[in-house]
Design a protein around this ligand. Sequence first.
Ligand SMILES: [Zn+2]
Length: 344
Amino acid sequence: MRALVLREHGYRLSAEELPTPTPGPGEVLVRVEACGVGLTVLNYMSGASRVHAEKLPRIPGHEFVGRVAACGPGVESGLEGRRVMAYFYLSCGACEFCRLAHEPLCRNLRGQVGVASDGGFAEYAVLPAFNALPVPDGVDPIFATAIPDAVATPFHVCRRAAVGPEDTAVVVGAAGGVGIHMVQVLRVFGAGVVGVDRGASKVESLRAMGFAAVDATEDTWPQQVREVAGGAVTVAVDLVGRPHTLEACVDLLGPRGRLVVLTTFRDVTFPVSPARLVAGEIQVLGSRYASRWEVLQAARMVVEGRVRPVVSEVRPLEAAAELVSRLRDGTLLGRGAVVPTGNL
Ligand SMILES: [Zn+2]
């Protein structure tokens, strides 16, 4: 099979011909139709977000969708031919966190798809059957690549922060792969939304989708958010995760405010005043990926047309480098996807 292989940390992938993998016990072989390309993959490739001592070479790509081509021993053969999407975390399925649908907190986490096991930048990929979630009928496979991370992660955020119709939310990094779905999911949960991102074209895209938007290239962006929101906000979602954005988010929160953080840069800390937390009963919440149940709920929101996946650029597998450079430049709206020629 054709595959893109990361041989050393950096942004270079080598196109190679490799043997098609065989599914082991409890695993399925997926013929990849499309695989998402986003910042999480880039951070992994660069080596910046190394959490587990993963081994290279590795085929990256965790947001893949395709049809089950073969089942390993112990997997019900009825899965064959079924279109599935990859659940990102290699959770055990047996510990108390997995049993209570908190799979990202798994006690026996083996890592992530495309990091600790080969991912979807290839014609075929092997997944534990636990990680192969059904794609509902009627969803385009390219759109479906956005569901298991870019739509499901925001769904988990909204549940973590108990978002409801009384809320006004600000999203920092609102035109990125997760952000452009975060604003949509917040709207589904009933919140008013102000999106913040850098550059006129991204701000225009957010406005074209019906969202209030502010350009973060101007230093006055927090004041502008306050003006657009008509005062303080009750929910702030920071997808950029730098000290100045985190501090600005806390400053923007009014009483009952909830800051949700999703970034994992190990060198970043930011000051929070306990007096301010107490005075406004403000909460700072970490949000880690999503459960398998939440991925299925995310898929329902897409099927019902309440969230529209934004996969703005699609390229053949071999041209993944073009998407990588667009992401590094910060010029890609939403997600990109690669498609192994002939598989779709
Ligand atoms: Zn577990």
